[in-house]
Design a protein around this ligand. Structure first.
Ligand code: 6GU
Length: 235
C-alpha cells in the first residue's frame, strides 16, 4: 500500500520509519511511505500555513489552501468524491473517531492508498474536513500538540497488518486485540533472575497445559486492567 503523510514538520519523520517491521516492509515494497511538506504548497512569499481564526480567539488555524494544493498534487483532485478507488484521506485531530484495531483494519489495505493530514492542535480550517477528508481520527482522549506522533502510531499499526509484513505470520493473529483481550505474559532466559522464577508450567512442555495457563493469565490481567474489553471476548 502507499501512505502519504502531509505535515508542516517533515523532519519529524526522518528516521522514525527506519526500524524493525516498518523498515523491513518498506524495503520489501509492501508499503511505500511518502512525506509531503505542506509548506511547499503555501502560495505567499512567507510560505504561511496558518493564520488567525475568523471570529477571534486564541491560537492559529491551519490554512486550507496549501492543504488543498498538496492533496490535489498527490491525488489529482481536491474533491473526496473524485478520489481514485481505494483512497482514504485521514485528518488526525482530537475531534475524530477514536482509533482502535477495527479502524486500523479498515485502513490497512495492500491495494489501497491512505493520505494522512497532520493537524496542529489549535485546529485546521473546516473546509479541509468538508471537501477533502474521508476519515477524522483521534488516537485517544488526551492532548497532543499535533497529529505527527499520531501519524507514526497509525502507520505502524496499519503496516504490521499488511500481508507479509510480519516475518512470523501467526503473530499478528495471536497478539493483543486481534481477539479482544491482552496478550499472555512471556518469559525467556534465564530461568531465575534475582530470585524471580519463570512459572513452572512453561518449563514442562505440556502444550495443552501451557495454552490453558496463557489463556487464564491473559484473561485475568484483562479483567483487572481493562474490564471493558471482556464483554463478549471469546470463551
Ligand atoms: Cl490525532 N491530534 C492531536 N492534536 N491530539 C490528539 C490526537 C490527534 N489524538 C489524541 N490527541
Amino acid at each position: 500500500m502507499r501512505i502519504d503523510i502531509l505535515t508542516i514538520f517533515p523532519e519529524f519523520f526522518e528516521e522514525v520509519f527506519d526500524f524493525g517491521i516498518i523498515r523491513r516492509a518498506r524495503e520489501a515494497g509492501i508499503v511505500e511511505i511518502n512525506v509531503t511538506d505542506i509548506r511547499e504548497f503555501a502560495a505567499d512569499k512567507h510560505r504561511k500555513t496558518d493564520d488567525r481564526p475568523f471570529g477571534g480567539g486564541e491560537g492559529m488555524v491551519m490554512k486550507c489552501e496549501p492543504i488543498f494544493l498538496a492533496v490535489e498534487s498527490l491525488l489529482g483532485t481536491a474533491d473526496r468524491d473524485g478520489y481514485p478507488q481505494g483512497t482514504r484521506v485521514v485528518l488526525l485531530t482530537p475531534q475524530g473517531r477514536k482509533l482502535g484495531q477495527p479502524i486500523v483494519e479498515e485502513l490497512a489495505d495492500e491495494e489501497g492508498r491512505v493520505l494522512i493530514i497532520c493537524g496542529r492542535y489549535e485546529g485546521v480550517d473546516e473546509r479541509v474536513s468538508e471537501a477533502l477528508v474521508t476519515d477524522e481520527i483521534s488516537i485517544g482522549d488526551y492532548v497532543l500538540s499535533g497529529g505527527e506522533p499520531a501519524a507514526v502510531v497509525l502507520v505502524d499499526a496499519m503496516t504490521r497488518l499488511l500481508p507479509e509484513a510480519l516475518g512470523n505470520e501467526s503473530s499478528a493473529e495471536r497478539e493483543s486485540f486481534s481477539d479482544g483481550i491482552f496478550d499472555f505474559p512471556n518469559y525467556t532466559q534465564p530461568r531465575e533472575f534475582r530470585g524471580m522464577e519463570v512459572p513452572e508450567v512453561l518449563l514442562g512442555g505440556n502444550h495443552a497445559e501451557i495454552e490453558a495457563w496463557r489463556r487464564e493469565k491473559a484473561l485475568e490481567k484483562t479483567k483487572r486492567v481493562r474490564k471493558d474489553l471482556i464483554q463478549g471476548a471469546g470463551d
